[in-house]
Ligand binder design. Sequence first.
Ligand code: 13P
Ligand code: SF4
Length: 317
Amino acid sequence: MVKNEHMDYAYEIQKLKRQKNVIILAHYYQTGDIQDIADFVGDSLALSQKAASNDADIILFAGVRFMAETAKILSPGKKVLLPDMNAGCSLADSCKAEDFKKFLDENPGRTVITYVNTNVDIKVLSDIICTSSNAVKIIESLPPDEKIIFAPDRNLGNYILNKTGRDIIVWNGSCHVHEEFSLEAILKLKNENPEAKVIVHPECELPVRMIADFIGSTSALLQFTKKDNAKCYIVATEPGILHQMMKANPLKKYIPAPPKDSTCGCSECSFMKLITLEKIFKCLRDEKPEIVIDPEIILKAQKPILRMMKISEKLGL
Ligand code: 13P
Ligand code: SF4
């Protein structure tokens, strides 16, 4: 389609949504215009919970591929659409099934806990899936002597290891966005804004986590800024989350943590930012690209995700 500069995509999307009984789920790292047309905005855990329980016929996922795949696995009877199939994840891609199988063979007898940020072929090799919201609690829910493998994020893995003191072997993967934050630049900002609190996602490197006033998943960071009484925050996660922080508390100041390379803009997730209102409109209109997963794979991948959902529900998460 030729790009129509005058088309009101937000309006057209609302029309298509009603006609086709669609729910739009958006991650906090999407741009503000997308978050504003979504039916539900959340972190990976909340989005999975919403994907598993809604009355829509079609789920349109404004996020990255592993999230849309998780929605399909949890709602296999629904059509799940992702506006751009190139919206991958560097963290998911840092754990290839062939290498991971070898790693499991070399470390037998361990419960395999993987972060939801993985491709489906890793999920089928896992015992329990977790997200950054529930990782610590899921591990704490297991018997204290249970030996664990955690993959793929080394920073989240080391954070959990230190928090729980459990016997955990961590896969050496990482997210290019969260490893990009500069400790020096954050310290400089802190010096210029001594009243600011530094709030950090656990996918960040240890030196950045060490200077944090608070560490948590995207929704935990958002909740923290809502309840805390500081007036200024330096936010070390993808800056898309600032949209909800500003909506909730517009009088507070939120400073995105700068990346190591100040010229690259690489604290933004380039995969998340592939999704645009125009692509969402076309995707709803044409009902493609669609997430298609072999039903047998869905059944295998469902088990560890449902285990996560069950534990989370029990813990009230
Ligand atoms: P959460 O949504 O669990 O905070 O994860 C952040 C992330 O990196 C998603 O890609
Ligand atoms: Fe993946 Fe990192 Fe982007 Fe999240 S922010 S989708 S972990 S590359």
